[in-house]
Design a protein around this ligand. Sequence first.
Ligand SMILES: [Cu+2]
Length: 128
Amino acid sequence: MKRFLPVTDHHRGVVLCLLAALCMTPAPALGHAFPEHSDPRVGATIAASPERVRIWFDSDIEPLFSSLMVHDASGRMVDKGDSRVNPSNAALLEVSVPKLAPGAYRVIWSVVARDGHRTNGDYTFVIK
Ligand SMILES: [Cu+2]
């Protein structure tokens, strides 16, 4: 199974941006959107295929510029391509998946917060 990639340039950019934000005083109450929790959870091993993958963020995100994908262990996209921000919760990003076979899956997300800042990341879960 592939391991997570090490810190990418993009992640480094986010860190630098965070540091810059910390140095600004007084700091405005604006922020990037970061995941609070997900279903399946980060690193979880679950018994059955979920119907969808969902990530809840700590602030509202822009539907036009936010998406998530699910890849299998060989990097093939397995979600149904209907990634969307939940119409009744602007902090919830979700995508449907077909019945997935046992194996490792990687969730890749990218969102733009209402302040215009982009964050992204990925995590894996396993269906046994
Ligand atoms: Cu920023």
